[in-house]
Design a protein around this ligand. Structure first.
Ligand code: ATP
Ligand code: MG
Length: 402
């Protein structure tokens, strides 16, 4: 098969490919970019595989960077762009069902494609658009099937993350997992516990951001994979309830975790425990806690000015977006208007600060100052006092008297 009218990303990389070929080596586009082109999806970056060894690649180009030389990857800088070129390789010695501990450079494209996870990811394309398809990847794209290259049982024993990747690609592309591959996942689901949670996290988020996250969750349930990731084992019902939401369409990690924590009915502490177990960043944990609190207030019709202020515009809109899948969201424009009407958006906008209060002799430095400022902030936001220096000073005097 030959693809005509290659997307621009490939066209731009052609000179690099041609340099490698003219030196007598093979060069192919591989992996996601070839798959997505055949599917008709936009591509982001192109990966190149070559029979040339890293040292040989480095000799061919003026400007290169050793981005992953131990795995055979060199970046070639050409025309202000970087192209990752990886030497054909085989992998061996999968101890602990994880990454291989040995990679061997080889000259054969076939050997390189054989180690790849799924048929749709084991396609290679020359710079002229000619596709090499040794495992029926094109047919599987046509039939929308995720199928392991070779014996799925072996492949998941080599690297158990591939099970999560199967579910991720099925959701991302709206494909189905072929039955032998599916049954092998079911048989080996517990191997997922051997995999670093950071790697599972990446695939899980990509799955949830895919075209069919509900299918992804269903696949995790029906293969029992959910039993082998942190916290999910006790929440089968809640996870399966996510399948009933209409038109679920998630854009980022905070939306994903807010939806899950909302379904699990988690409070602040539980959200922190779950996300720490998943090794989420502190930023994500904090944003999810704030978003979930706002989501619950929207649900209970308790959204106040002060909570809007504490939540912030961005997370307020995120919370309302999640609420829309449950059918209890507030009109977005109304919500934005209400937010925009808040007298201040952050503490710095208060017309006084600690320094001014001290200079005017209203309060002495000390622990009381923070408390007073918190109270002023609150009273301004709920509209009890204006954000005006004199008003605030009067209020503070009164407050301190009481
Ligand atoms: P995406 O568009 O999401 O990046 P991708 O197919 O490029 O999809 P990557 O994770 O970037 O996915 O991997 C690039 C390629 O490397 C895959 O297409 C596949 O051929 C191979 N690959 C990646 N991870 C594995 C794995 N765990 N086992 C076998 N092959 C893998
Ligand atoms: Mg990729």
């Amino acid at each position: 098969m030959k693809i005509k009218n290659l997307p621009d990303e490939f066209e731009k990389a052609r000179p690099v490919m041609q340099t490698i070929e003219e030196a007598g080596y093979e060069a192919y586009f591989v992996g996601g970019s070839v798959r997505d082109t055949l599917i008709g999806e936009n591509i982001h970056d192109v990966d190149i595989a070559s029979s040339a060894y890293p040292e040989e690649i480095k000799r061919l180009f003026k400007r290169t960077v050793d981005t992953g030389i131990e795995h055979g990857t060199v970046m070639v800088l050409d025309n202000k762009k970087g192209y990752e070129i990886t030497t054909f390789r085989t992998e061996s010695g999968y101890q602990d069902y994880r990454r291989p501990d040995k990679v061997t450079f080889v000259r054969s494209l076939k050997e390189d494609l054989k180690r790849r996870d799924f048929t749709i990811n084991a396609l290679a394309m020359r710079e002229n658009g000619e596709v090499t398809d040794l495992f029926g990847g094109i047919k599987d794209i046509e039939r929308k099937i995720i199928r392991a290259v070779g014996d799925p049982n072996e492949r998941f024993n080599e690297d158990a993350l591939r099970m999560m990747r199967a579910v991720r690609f099925a959701s991302k592309l709206d494909f189905n997992i072929e039955s032998d591959t599916f049954n092998a996942i079911k048989r080996h689901s517990s191997l997922l516990e051997k995999i670093a949670i950071e790697r599972i996290y990446v695939e899980f988020i990509k799955m949830m951001k895919g075209l069919r996250p509900k299918q992804g969750i269903d696949d995790m349930l029906s293969t029992d994979m959910y039993l082998h990731v942190p916290f999910f084992d006790n929440y089968r019902k809640q996870l399966s309830d996510i399948s009933h939401l209409k038109n679920l369409n998630l854009n980022n990690e905070v939306e994903v975790w807010s939806l899950i924590c909302f379904e699990f009915n988690f409070g602040k502490e539980q959200i922190s425990n779950l996300l720490k177990a998943w090794k989420a960043s502190n930023d994500i944990i904090k944003s999810t806690q704030i978003c979930c609190r706002a989501l619950n207030s929207i649900k209970n019709d308790e959204m106040s000015e002060f909570l809007m202020y504490q939540t912030g515009k961005h997370l307020l809109i995120e919370a309302n977006y999640i609420a829309s899948f449950y059918g209890f969201s507030i009109d977005n424009e109304l919500l934005k208007d209400k937010y925009n009407c808040l007298p201040i958006k952050n503490k710095k906008q208060l017309s006084i600060n600690g320094g001014i209060l001290i200079k005017n002799g209203i309060i002495k430095p000390g622990p009381m100052l923070g408390k007073v400022l918190d109270e002023i902030e609150k009273q301004v936001i709920i509209g009890n006092i204006d954000n005006d220096t004199d008003d605030i000073i009067n209020f503070t005097k009164q407050y301190l008297k009481e």
